[in-house]
Every structure is written in C-alpha cells, then in structure tokens.
Design a protein around this ligand. Structure first.
Ligand code: DOR
Ligand code: ZN
Length: 356
C-alpha cells in the first residue's frame, strides 16, 4: 500500500448488505457455533451440501434449511440458499423438484475424492449429462469444485487441468447452463472465466486473495492455512486480486468458510479448510482498501452474485469502520474449538452496524 492510498482511505464505509455465495455451515452444534458469524454480516449464503451423509435430495435440503433457520439466534435475519450434492445417481426428476421447491438454488459438483466429504462425488461427469441438461432447462446453476483428482496429477496443477479436461468441453456441450467455478485459485481460471460466455462466473475466497503458498510453510507446516484447492504461488494470487477489483460482474464473493475442529487440522492427516466467517466481509474490505479499490467492494460483495443467480439485490446496509481489532486465538466449536484465519493477528476493518 502506498502512502497516498493510506491518506485517501475513509474512516468508514457503508455498503449494501452482502451475500456469501459459498459457505460451509456443517450441522448440529458445529453449525450453531458458526452460523451467527455469517448471519450477522450476510443477508444470504449459498450453503454447501457436503455433510455426512451429503444433501443429495430436495427433501434433505428442505430439512437442512429448517435446521439452519432453527439455529438462528433471535433477531437475526438470514436466508440460507440451499444446494444439492450432485452424484452419479442424481435423478433427472430431482431437478424439477429442486426448482419447484423455491429453496434449492444450485447443484454442487465435487469430483469424487477431490476434497472434504467428496467420496460420494461424481466419478465421471458424462454420467450426469441428462441431469445437466435438465438443470439447463430449469435454469439451476452448477457449482463446480474445479480440480481433477488423479494421484498422478501434481496438487498445484489440478485446477488448470480441470479447466482443459472437464470445464471447456462442459461449457461447449451445455451453452445455456450457468456454471460457477468456485474458489478459483489460478491465473488460468481467471483467464478462462473472463473469456467464457456470460453463463460462467467465479467466486473468490479471502485466503486465496490474501495468501500465497508460502503461508502453508511459514517457519514450519501451518495446517490452518491448508485448504483445497491449495494456495498457489504469488503470480496467481495477483491475478485473482486483479479479477476481484476489476469491477467485472463475473467475479463475486464466496468465502468458502470451512470450519474444522482444531484437533482435526493439527493432526497427522489434517483436514482441508479455512475458517473465515468471523471476518467474512472485513477481510475483503482490508484487501480492497490496500489495493485502493474500496469503491469496487460493493459490486463484488453485494450485487454481482445476486445478479448472476437472478435474485433481487439486498436493500439493507452494513457499515465497516477502519479500526484494527485482534482476532481471538480460537472460537468455540461445539465441544471443541476452531482456529480462525488471522488468529491472534489484526484485521484493519471492523463491522460496526448491520441492518436486517
Ligand atoms: O478446503 C476445503 N474445505 N475445500 C473444500 O472444497 C471443502 C471444504 C470443507 O468442506 O471443509
Ligand atoms: Zn467449499
């Protein structure tokens, strides 16, 4: 950040209440622990279906949504937008049910074995062609975890390879299917989304915008900076930042906040996922401010996602103040704890008001 930008920064900003277009809420006590962080910042969130067992049907999504609403603290207003977990066995009829339910907004495509709780994922996308055709007809977006899974493919190359092997053919075959490439991490993904038709968009997480892969190995292995897709090198991070502050409506906010109990990350085989919901808008504000692009935050956080999904923009406002605060070392997580992004460090922006 240069000095001119520092001088020009406002004391506070007020923007339309944002939405989180990619969120893991889990269930039960874990959900009750994390939900208030999201609901006090965001009006809506696309809720990921990778529970155990996964949310594969509209009926399961309807009851999961009820559990989320029941877990909301009194006075909080929040609309969970549900998704279904696409499998090899998803039925075409399910797409009509999903659309007509009024509560399911997309299907999530996890290549089998790509990430946390993805063992029921799709083994070969061709198996889903009839379902994808129905989604195209019913205008239900496909949300993609864009990584190939073969153990022969370098973990840092999995996203770029997915674009060439899976995504380009898919876009060509289903020209009217809306696709969100979730949590993009590479320059290749940015370029792909930019040159793709308007039916293709992408979400960007705070960690992939703010950290490069050095953060995984900073003075020793840092399990709390391990997520999937894995953090990439600095040149990729710069490409993501350029996309986020570009003002292009194809790129919008999705935290991918993915809570895991501390002991399951600080482990011989640690889980993938970073928890960011505690600062789900503040981290982006800090980044956009450092880039001299605060005027672009509202479109990215509050408008472009709603426009892509064909939903009304929110009308309420939130206010953030430029005042540093220190993130706690842990938050309670059911009977466990979780370690948030920036634990024990400062964040430069603070949420001071959120209309509901
Ligand atoms: O790091 C991740 N964590 N990536 C994912 O795709 C899933 C997520 C989770 O559910 O924990
Ligand atoms: Zn995710």
């Amino acid at each position: 950040m240069n000095i001119d930008q520092t001088v020009a920064l406002p004391e506070s900003i007020t923007i339309t209440r944002p939405d989180d277009w990619h969120l893991h809420l889990r269930d039960d006590a874990a959900m009750r622990a994390v939900l208030p962080h999201t609901a006090s910042r965001f009006a809506r969130a696309i809720v990921m279906p990778n529970l155990r067992p996964p949310i594969t049907t509209t009926a399961l999504a309807v009851s999961y949504r009820q559990r989320i609403l029941s877990a909301l603290p009194a006075g909080m207003v929040f609309d969970p937008l549900m998704t279904l977990y696409l499998t090899d066995n998803t039925r075409v009829e399910e797409i009509k049910l999903a659309r007509e339910s009024g509560v399911v907004y997309a299907l999530k495509y996890y290549p089998a074995g790509a990430t946390t709780n993805s063992d029921s994922g799709v083994t070969a996308i061709e198996k889903c062609y009839p379902v994808l055709a129905a989604m195209e007809r019913y205008d239900l977006p496909l949300l993609v975890h864009g990584e190939v899974t073969g153990s022969d493919v370098d973990v840092f190359d999995r996203e770029a390879m997915f674009i060439d092997q899976i995504l380009r053919p898919l876009v060509a075959r289903f020209p009217n299917l809306k696709i969100v490439m979730e949590h993009i991490t590479t320059q290749e993904a940015v370029e792909f989304v930019m040159q793709a038709p308007v039916t293709i968009a992408a979400t960007l997480t705070p960690q992939h915008l703010m950290l490069n892969r050095n953060a995984i190995f900073n003075g020793g292995v840092r399990p709390h900076n391990y997520c999937l897709p894995i953090l990439k090198r600095e040149s990729h991070r710069r490409a993501l930042v350029a996309a986020a502050i570009s003002g292009l409506p194809k790129f919008f906010l999705g935290t991918d906040s993915a809570p895991h109990a501390q002991h399951t990350k600080e482990n011989d085989c640690g889980c993938a996922g970073m928890y960011t919901a505690h600062a789900g808008i503040e981290l982006y504000a800090e980044l956009f401010a450092a880039e001299g692009a605060l005027s672009k935050l509202e479109g990215f956080a509050s408008f472009f996602g709603a426009d892509f999904y064909g939903l009304p923009r929110n009308t309420q406002k939130i206010t953030l103040k430029r005042q540093a605060w220190t993130v706690p070392d842990v938050y309670p997580f059911g009977e466990h704890t979780l370690v948030p992004m920036r634990a024990r460090e400062n964040i430069q922006w603070q949420l001071i008001a959120s209309q509901t």
